[in-house]
Design a protein around this ligand. Structure first.
Ligand code: HPA
Length: 282
């Protein structure tokens, strides 16, 4: 069984190490998933901390070996961004996957903004579209809250009636509308991967109420909601997963679609940070 006392101590040690290197206390956390790489360039006066330089961060695999934390201001707001995340399909446990999220929580962020790549099953969605998550379905068979609860972080049985903050969603909708950015909304189903789904699996996922499917985000959202952080997440639809017209997809096509959507996703996230991070009036 996982030793949660030791896990919590590792989170606190890593957080203390990050805190030493930060010029300020971050308010917003950002997980720069696929399609959000360019947002890193928009963070001013960035302090860059490779995961490898921090104690207890999961050891990087090839895919995530550029992993690092970026600290700085984005649209005037103090942010801490994860460039590179951990996935279950790489062999990490759910606890390892959310380790950086726990560290950001320990550092005092109150809001977490997330991006990911996902396959679209809703027939109204097209490759390259952005989708604001309204809800999710956890089909990963794992949960970062497995094991004894850390009461200092949150309750044993956290509520999940509204994981994606309504106010942040309203802001995202408004900012997208102003900028002429098409923003779909829907439910994200999380699977382990790494293979893409069969036709029968896409049909099943659609029938149980999912609009898109991907291999990340849900563990991070569960850990964040456990700590009562406000969460917003956006998917880039990188492939069309219509079971009766399914075509083979390559990772190159997935990355190309993500790259195409990057300018809009970057603009949207920045606009949300501008609104959320602005000093409170009065
Ligand atoms: N399935 C699961 N994850 C994904 C997909 C998909 O079709 N596309 C991008 N990430």
């Amino acid at each position: 069984m996982i030793d949660m006392t030791a896990y919590r101590a590792r989170v606190d040690e890593a957080a203390a190490e990050v805190r030493k290197k930060l010029p300020f206390a971050p308010r917003l956390g950002i997980i720069l998933g696929t399609g959000l790489g360019a947002l890193a360039d928009e963070i001013d006066a960035a302090v860059s901390i490779p995961y490898d330089d921090l104690p207890h961060f999961p050891l990087s695999t090839v895919e995530s070996h550029h992993g690092r934390l970026l600290a700085g201001t984005l649209a005037g707001a103090p942010v801490l961004a994860m460039q590179g995340r951990f996935h279950l399909y790489e062999g990490y446990s759910a606890h390892e996957v959310v380790f950086p999220v726990r560290v950001m929580g320990a550092l005092g962020i109150d809001t977490l903004l997330i991006s990911n790549a996902a396959g679209g099953m809703n027939p109204h969605f097209r490759r390259g579209d952005l989708m604001l998550l309204t809800d999710h379905i956890n089909l990963q068979g794992h949960n970062p809250l497995e094991g004894p609860n850390v009461d200092a972080w949150g309750p044993r049985f956290p509520d999940m009636s509204e994981p994606y903050d309504l106010e942040l969603r309203r802001i995202a909708e408004e900012r997208a509308l102003e900028r002429g950015i098409k923003l779909q909304q829907g439910v994200y189903a999380a699977v382990v991967g790494p293979n893409l789904e069969t036709r029968a699996e896409y049909r099943f996922l659609r029938q149980i109420g999912a609009d898109v499917v991907g291999m990340s985000t849900v563990p991070e959202v569960i850990a964040a909601r456990h700590m009562d952080l406000r969460v917003m997440a956006v998917s880039v639809i990188t492939d069309e997963c219509f079971p009766d017209a399914l075509e083979p997809v390559t990772i190159e096509e997935v990355l190309a679609a993500a790259a195409e959507a990057e300018p809009n996703l970057t603009a949207l996230m920045k606009a949300v940070v501008e609104t959320v991070g602005a000093p409170v009036a009065g």
